[in-house]
Every structure is written in C-alpha cells, then in structure tokens.
Design a binder for this molecule. Structure first.
Ligand SMILES: [Zn+2]
Length: 403
C-alpha cells in the first residue's frame, strides 16, 4: 500500500532555504542590508557633489560669460547644462567605483577588472550627459515659458524620454555593453519556444547574453517595449548549471512581465511619481538653494542652479524608493504566478530563487521588505510556489486531451 505523505508547503520552503549553508545566508544579509544604507550614502554623496559644484562657482561664471557675449537664455542653458552634468558624473565617480564595483567585487558578485568597469562607466556617463542634456534643455525651456505649470509638462517630457529609451535600448544601448545571441538550437530553445507559442508571446526574441562579464548574478530580464521587447537570459544561469525546469520557470517569469504589460504599468506609475517629484522640487528649490549656499543662482529656471535641482531630486528619489519598490514588488509577484501557471515548475522556480539569495537576502523583516525590496523575499516566493504545488496536489488539473 502506498503511503501518502501530506505535502507541507512551509516545511518544503524551509528545506529549500536550508540548501544554502548559514554562512551564505549571513553574507547575503550583510550584502543586502549594507545595500539599504548605500541608498542613504548615495543621496548624501549627491548632496555633497552639488555643494562642491556650487561652491566652485564654475557654472555661475560660465553662465555670466555666455550671457555677456550672447544674451539668449537658451544659449546659456546649452552651455551650462552639459558642463554641470559632466562635473556631477566626474565628482561622483569615486563613490560609483566603491558602490558599483569594489563592493560587488568584495562580495564575489563580479569578476570584472576595474579597467573594464571604467570603460563601461565612461560610455554610460557619456550617453547620460548627452541624453540628460537634451531632456534638461527642454525642461529649462519649459521652466522659462511656463513657470507655474512646468512640472506637469516636464513630467510628460521625462516620461516620453523613458519610453524612447526603453524602445531603443535593445537596439542601440544594450549591445554597447554586452553581446546578445539568439538562444541556440537545442532542448533549451525548444522548451522556451514551446512555452512562448502556447502563450502568444513572440518566440523569436529570446536571447542569451554574456552577463557574466559584469556580474555573477544568476538572472534574466525583459528589455524593450512594443516591437522591441525581448527576453534575455544571462549566461550566468547556464554556467551555474540551471536545469530545464529552472529555465522554464525563469523564462515563464520573464514572459509574465511581457504578457501582463508590467513595463507599461510601471511607466505609468513612474510618470505620476515624476510629476509629483517635479512639483515638490518646484516648492523646495528656494529652501534648498539657501541651504546649499547658491546665492548667485537666479531661481529654479537658472541652469546654473542645476546642482540644486539635482540634489532636491535625489532626496525626493530616496523618499520615493519605498513607493517604487512596492510597485515593482507587486509586478514581480504577479510574474511568479504567471510562471507557475504557464511553466508549472514550482520546484524549478524554487531552485532558481535559491540561486538569487546571494544578492537578495531570503528572510528580511516585514518593514524592511516593504521599504527596500524591489522583489518579494525569496522565502515568500518559494512559499508561494509551494502553496501552488500543494493546491495542485490537492486538486490536480484535468488531463489535456491529445485530440
Ligand atoms: Zn521579474
């Protein structure tokens, strides 16, 4: 007689988490909680950088020089904004090296040499200066033309820019940093194509990229928007020996982001937060200018006051972090549920999730998760998968007919 053992989702979750030794969990906790503090330090660095640039008086002198020879506000903006952005990038470089390279390296999360990291930083910073320079030129034009309502229009301009960047990223941006190759023929691709076809997701846009160049994180993602949307699997997953059930679960999760339009709902939420952020910046600018000692800045519409505006926006960004995270976290839970539905691999999903613990500690406190976690905790996600499995065991779906 067969002994039917009750399936206990809580015990199964604990068993999965226990596949990692306690020291790995402890290191993950140190890395993750240190990351929360990094948000605060990053904001303080942004304020310090703004203060340094203002103190130097460089932007005010440049503005005055340009206005003397060509008294047109838009020419002053075009001259001052790129210099302000470049100074900001350069002065925060030491912090970026520490936070984004050295710290990752010391936790074993990257094998990239500093030279390679710096090369990519230069490309990213250069692109950032150009794109932000263009967008800010428009925003400063709005500040001059519509001083009372600029924050609404600027929210729109920033949102349109995000849409453009999202659409163009897989075509022009991402190939600058990594090489993307269509998943090669074989069982992995067959499994992915089958799942994609069964769920009306285009199956020709599934790529493997050399993510291990920058990071050892076991990960996959969705990039692009509308026609340019694609699913990317980091080669770290293949190097870690992910089996077919893990790949199906992870790709199912990424397909969930695609199929349920998470990119668009996040964009909409960002647009709302941006409008609120610009409105708050409008109100806070005079106080911030005073605190930062920006005496020669002639108000928020003065491009020489960009460091003040950026400092205000970084503080607001820090305050908005829990809101951003909560929006993302909901979408992530939704994508997990989609993956369980289309891939039916609760154990594959659990095994894949265990691999992500090293950079996202598994069992945060409740408030910590709400404030700082962009994904539900791994313990919650595995439990969710095990609950799904338990429900399946209790009431198995009717077998599909072959006809
Ligand atoms: Zn996701």
């Amino acid at each position: 007689m067969a002994i039917i053992q009750a399936f206990d989702p809580a015990a199964e979750t604990a068993r999965y988490l226990a596949t990692l030794p306690p020291e790995v969990h402890a290191r993950a906790t140190a890395y993750t909680q240190g990351g929360h503090w990094l948000l605060l330090w990053g904001t303080l660095v942004a304020i310090a950088v703004a203060w340094l640039v203002i103190r130097s008086g460089v932007l005010v002198r440049l503005r005055d020089g340009v206005e003397r020879t060509r008294p047109r506000p838009w020419i002053a903006a075009l001259a001052v904004l790129p210099v302000a952005l470049l100074l900001e990038e350069l002065l925060s470089l030491p912090w970026s090296i520490y936070a984004d390279w050295f710290r990752e390296k010391s936790y074993g999360l990257t094998s990239q040499p500093l030279g390679g990291w710096l090369g990519e930083w230069a490309v990213g910073a250069g692109l950032g200066v150009v794109v932000s320079g263009i967008v800010l030129s428009v925003i400063y034009w709005l500040l001059r033309r519509a001083p009372k309502t600029w924050w609404i229009w600027s929210g729109g301009v920033a949102t349109v820019t995000m849409v453009l960047v999202l659409v163009l990223a897989p075509i022009f941006l991402l190939p600058l940093f990594n090489s993307y190759t269509p998943a090669p023929a074989g069982p992995v691709r067959d499994a992915i194509v089958e799942m994609a076809n069964a769920n009306n997701v285009p199956s020709d846009k599934i790529f493997i990229y050399d993510g291990s160049k920058q990071s050892n994180r076991y990960t996959a993602n969705v990039t692009g928007l509308f026609g340019s949307a694609q699913i990317n699997i980091s080669d770290t997953m293949l190097k870690a020996g992910a089996d077919m059930s893990e790949i199906r679960a992870v790709v199912g999760h990424e397909m969930g982001h695609y199929a349920r339009g998470h990119v668009l709902s996040r964009l909409a939420a960002m647009a709302v937060l941006l409008v609120i952020g610009f409105w708050a910046a409008d109100r806070l600018f005079p106080l911030a200018a005073k605190l930062l000692g920006a005496r020669d800045v002639k108000g928020i519409a003065d491009p020489a006051g960009l460091p003040v505006l950026m400092a205000v926006l970084s503080v607001l960004g820090l305050l908005a972090t829990p809101a951003f995270n909560s929006i993302t976290r909901l979408a992530e839970a939704d994508a997990d549920n989609y993956a369980l539905q289309v891939a039916g691999e609760p154990d594959g999903l659990a095994r894949a999730l265990v691999q992500t613990v090293e950079y996202r500690a598994a069992t945060p406190g409740g408030l910590e998760e709400v404030l700082f976690y962009s994904h539900p905790s791994v313990s919650w996600r595995i439990r969710n998968a095990m609950n799904w499995k338990a429900a399946r065991i209790a009431a198995p779906p009717a077998p599909a007919s072959d006809g």
